[in-house]
Write a protein that binds this ligand. Structure first.
Ligand SMILES: Cc1ncc(COP(=O)(O)O)c(C=O)c1O
Length: 475
């Protein structure tokens, strides 16, 4: 409390050009601190000499103000001890209701939380070294007005990564750094589309993306899926489509080439935009990854990538690759809002990528996640009856989608999710990935962030939850 009072005292600002004498301004400011509760009854004020020094006024000014407040009864002096806020101030208004925010929910991830990488396995010492190098003796450009499109070295490192991992041949100038995929969708909506424009989206799909479109006044139009991914309706007057062709979110299918070409043909014919959300394609465990859709021709495709699943969602760094014609409109849109991605991690990330440490990290995580998926499948078959959850090996990704088997035919996936939450598990109901919550039932089990032992313990807890049967959830 004393620290807060000291900060409040130092924040007092006196106007030397005002007609009101400084001692009256100071008296008024101190009275306000007491009446507003920033200086609580019994709090000790600095000695007049110190107060005068802190506020750059004469000692006489400080003394006059303190004397006045003693005379008014706001302050008490105690011989040899200094000046205190009076402990009995009956005329003070009752304290304002507390503005203390409610306690934050716990931040630790609970087992099966999908979409979270194992951040403990990041090579933290290497990462810290790159941050240190970048900022201990910063490149002068880092201290200047940041380029709204992002730190040039990071844009170049991302272009090189995309060539090697995703088959995309782009220039660093086409890469724009953002603070996350959601900001990217918002920016694209603002710069390229008009209120009321229709945008085709996958159903089920990534809820934050749909929410971003709605916030921008756009009209999401759901596309049905088959085993090849989203199906393009025969005729559509939509202005854009958002696709996850490399790994549908959350179902995981890969869109084969003929379907990709159909979308490209539609986009070229109608001048619509394809927004390719390629959020975790680096994590493919078997077979050769299909290159990104953007690698088939950049004219109408905008590629969106994110470091949230590759490094950490706390980094808040993502990017898009634009066709050259869109770089200027996006620069203007960013100039209006101001770039949201912090420059602080960008040079370190560029160096981390250029040094090869990023690729090494991805290869390592690919092995770890592949093992964890196998471990989860083993635990499911060990602890659950065969007809409870139907789970298949998945060649990619960070979660498994399990269908409810005959033994669970009478239970709703949302009920299981609620029961599991009470048992300390974050089990997502598959039906909740449909915008109206009426999709097929199933469970989405994230495994990437949890060790084989943690997964095994969590599956045992899930088995107990499922065993409770279909009795109503108690609240
Ligand atoms: C489908 C999908 N797209 C994009 C992202 C990345 O989002 P962001 O960069 O805002 O963390 C995620 C992360 O969970 C995702 O699941």
């Amino acid at each position: 409390m004393q620290t807060n009072l000291n900060a409040a005292l130092l924040a007092i600002s006196l106007d030397r050009s005002a007609p009101e004498p400084l001692h009256l301004q100071l008296t008024e400011a101190l009275r306000h601190l007491i009446l507003s509760g920033q200086a609580l009854p019994g709090a000790r004020l600095p000695a007049s000499r110190q107060l005068a020094k802190d506020l750059s006024v004469s000692r006489q000014t400080a003394l006059t103000a303190l004397d006045q407040l003693v005379a008014e009864g706001y302050l008490d002096t105690r011989q040899g001890a200094g000046c205190f806020v009076a402990s009995d101030l009956p005329h003070l208004a009752p304290p304002a209701p507390s503005l203390t925010p409610p306690p934050e929910p716990p931040v630790a991830y609970r087992p099966f939380q999908p979409g979270i990488p194992d951040m403990t396995l990041l090579p933290h010492a290497t990462w810290a070294r790159h941050l240190d190098r970048a900022w201990r003796h910063p490149n002068p450009d880092l201290l200047a007005m940041p380029n709204p499109l992002g730190w040039p070295a990071l844009r170049a490192a991302i272009a090189a990564h995309l060539m090697a991992w995703r088959g995309i041949d782009c220039a660093p100038g086409q890469v724009v750094i953002t603070s996350g995929a959601t900001e990217t969708f918002e920016l694209l909506a603002q710069a390229l589309l008009q209120t009321g424009d229709k945008v085709l989206v996958e159903q089920p799909g990534f809820a934050p993306m749909r929410a971003a479109l709605l916030r921008a006044g756009l009209v999401p139009v759901s596309m049905d899926l088959d085993e090849d991914g989203a199906q393009l309706a025969v005729e559509s007057n939509a202005r854009a489509v958002v696709l996850t062709p490399s790994r549908h979110y959350p179902l995981g299918m890969t869109m084969p080439l003929p379907r990709r070409l159909a979308f490209l043909e539609w986009a070229a014919r109608t001048s619509a935009w394809i927004i390719e959300d390629d959020y975790d394609s680096e994590f493919r465990y078997t077979g050769t990854p299909l290159p990104a859709l953007m690698s088939l021709g950049t004219g109408q495709t905008i590629y969106v990538g994110s470091f949230s699943k590759l490094i950490s969602p706390a980094l808040r760094l993502a990017y898009m690759v634009l066709p050259p014609s869109l770089v200027e409109p996006i620069r203007q849109a960013l100039a209006e809002t101001g770039p949201r991605a912090s420059l602080v991690p960008q040079p370190a990330l560029a160096a981390f990528m250029d040094s090869g440490a990023f690729a090494t990290h991805l290869r390592r995580m690919r092995r770890v996640y592949a093992d964890r998926q196998k471990a989860l499948l083993r635990s499911l078959s060990r602890h659950l009856p065969e007809d409870a959850l139907i789970a298949e090996p998945d060649p990619s990704g960070m979660h498994l989608v399990c269908r409810l088997g005959p033994a669970l035919a009478t239970i709703r996936d949302t009920d299981i999710s609620e029961r599991a939450a009470k048992a300390g598990l974050t089990v997502r109901a598959l039906s909740a990935y449909w915008p109206d919550g009426v999709g097929p039932t199933g469970l989405v089990l994230g495994y990437a962030a949890f060790s084989a032992e943690q997964l095994d313990g969590a599956v045992q807890r899930l088995a107990a939850v499922l065993h409770e049967g279909s009795a109503p959830v108690s609240t």
